[in-house]
Design a protein around this ligand. Sequence first.
Ligand code: N01
Length: 547
Amino acid sequence: MPGIRTDYDAIVIGAGFSGLGMLWRLREELGLNVRVFERGDDVGGTWYWNRYPGARCDSESYIYCFSFSEDLLQDWNWSGKYPEQPEILRYLQHVADRFDLRRDIQFETRVTAAHWDEETSCWRVTTDDGETATAQHLISGIGCISTGNIPDIPGLESFRGAWHHTGAWPHEGVDFTGKRVAVIGTGSSGVQSIPVIAEQAEHLTVFQRTAQYTIPARHGTVDRKFLEEQVKPNYAEILEKARWSAGGIDVDFTERLASEVTEEERRAIYEAGWETGGHRFIFGSFRDITTDLDSNFTASEFIRNKIRATVKDPAMVEKLLPLDHPLGSKRALIDTNYFETYNRDNVALVDLKKDPIVRITETGIDTESEQFDFDIIVFATGFDAMTGSFFRMDIRGEGGYELKDAWAEGPKTYLGLQVDRFPNFFMITGPGSPSVLSNMPVSIEQHIEWIADLIADMRERGVDTVQPEAKAQADWVQHVNDVASQTLYMQANSWYLGANIPGKPRVFMPYAGGVGPYRQKCVEIAEAGYTGFDFGESAEERLAGGG
Ligand code: N01
C-alpha cells in the first residue's frame, strides 16, 4: 500500500443515500477506514431535511432503494405506490442500523473546508467544531438539491409570523390550523405541499411565478400482488434493466411517435396515460414528446385542456395555464389534487408575472397591487442546485486552487465524478452526471460502485492519486453541452440551468444523455484503464526514481 499516513482512508461528506452506500461499500468490500461527516443529527440527507407536508418521491417505491443487499430488497416492504418522506427516512435509518453504519458517522458535524495537501497527498478536512481530519480520498455525498434558495425579498427579517423553507422543515411539523398561509413557489415541493396545506389552513394564497404542467400521480397504497409476484422474485432483472435504461427505471419507453397517429388516437393515448398517472404519461405515450416541439405541443395542449376542465373559475384557469415553456423542459411534475385545490373557497392564486412581490412586511406580503396578511409564509422556492452545496465549503485543490474559481463559469467535471486539479476528490451525482434526470438511487449506486472500483484499482497498483486530465474534462463538458442543446431543456428557465438563482452562470448542469449510455461510457473508460484520468506515480515508480 502507498505510504500515506492519514486519519482515514476516506472521508465521506453526507449520510443520505450516497454517503450510506459509499460507507458500506468502502468499509465492507474494500476494508477501508472511513469517516462520514453529517450535518444533521441522523441519517437521511434529503429525506431528513425535506419534511414538508405531502413530501414524497415520484419514483415508484419498489425501484427507489439500494440494490447491494438481496436480503434487504426481499425484507423491506414499502406501503405506498410512491414512497413518502417519513417512510424513506425510516428505510435509510433501517439501512444504517442493519449494516451497523452509524459507528462510522459523525453527526451534527458540518464540513467547512477541505484542502488538498500536496506534501502528504491527502485531504485535510475541517469541520464546524474546529477539528481537522485527514484522508487520502474525499468523497462528496452532499446531494444535488440540498442548499435552499430563499429569495432576497426585502423585509423578510421584519415578518412577525413564522416562515419556513420546504427543504429545512421543522421536525415537529407545522400546524396550519386556523392560519392564513402563503406558499411561494410551484415546483415539485410547492405542487406536493399546496393541496395538503390548503386542507388544513384557514386560508392559503399561492404565489406563482411560472405556471406548471403536472400530471396526476394516482398515488395510493402499494400493489402487494404486483410486489410479491412480479417484483420480489425478479428484483435482480428489474434493477439490471433500470441500470441500463434512460432514466434509471425499469419501464420501456414507447417507440410510438405522436405524428404517426390520428388526433383521435392521440387523445385516447393521452387519456389512458392520464388515467394511469405519473411519469408514464410522458414516456408511455409518444417517444418524440421530449424532442419534437410539435409533438410536445399535442401533450402540452392536452394538459392545458385538463386544467380548463378541472378548474372552475376562468380567471384562475388563465393564471394556471402553462404557456411559456414546453412540457418537460422544466422538471416534470406529478401531483395529487393540485389543480382541484384551486376550486376550494379558501385558496387564492397570485400570478407574480403580472403582480410581482415588492416586499415582505411585518404582517405579510405586498405585491405591486395588493397587501396580504399572513401568519405563516412557506418558501417552496427550491435550491441553489448542483453547485450551491459545494460552494458552502471552502474546497481547494492543487496549489490552493479554489473550486469556486474552477467553477466560476459553471461546473466543470469529468463524468460528473472528478475535477481537474482536485486529486482524489470524488463526487457522487456531481454536475455533469445524469443524477437529477434519473431515479436517484440507481445513479447513486453506479457512482458508488465506480468510485470504489477505481480506489480498489489504485490500491492494487500502489498508486496514490488520481484526477482527470484537463482535456478529458474539457471534452466531457463540451459533450454535456452538446447533448443538452439537442433537448427541450434549453427552452425553459429552470434550476437545471441555474436560472433560479440570480447571477448564477446559465449552464445546463446535469448530463442529459441517459443513465444507460452514461454507464456504458463509464464502463468503457474503466475497462480501457481509466482513459482521461491522470494517476500519480506508484510507490514502485517513486522508488525507481529515488523519490
Ligand atoms: O424547487 P423548484 P422544488 N419568487 O426550483 C419559484 C426535487 N424534488 O423544491 O419556476 C417567486 O423546482 C420557482 O419559480 P420559477 C426535484 O428534482 C423532487 O419544488 O423558477 N417564485 C418555482 O415555482 C425538483 O425539481 C420531489 O419561475 C420563485 C419554485 O419557486 C427539485 O427537487 C419533490 C422565486 C421552485 O421550484 C426542486 O424542487 C420535491 C422567487 N424569487 C423536490 N424563486 C419529488 O420527487 C423561485 N421561485 C416529487
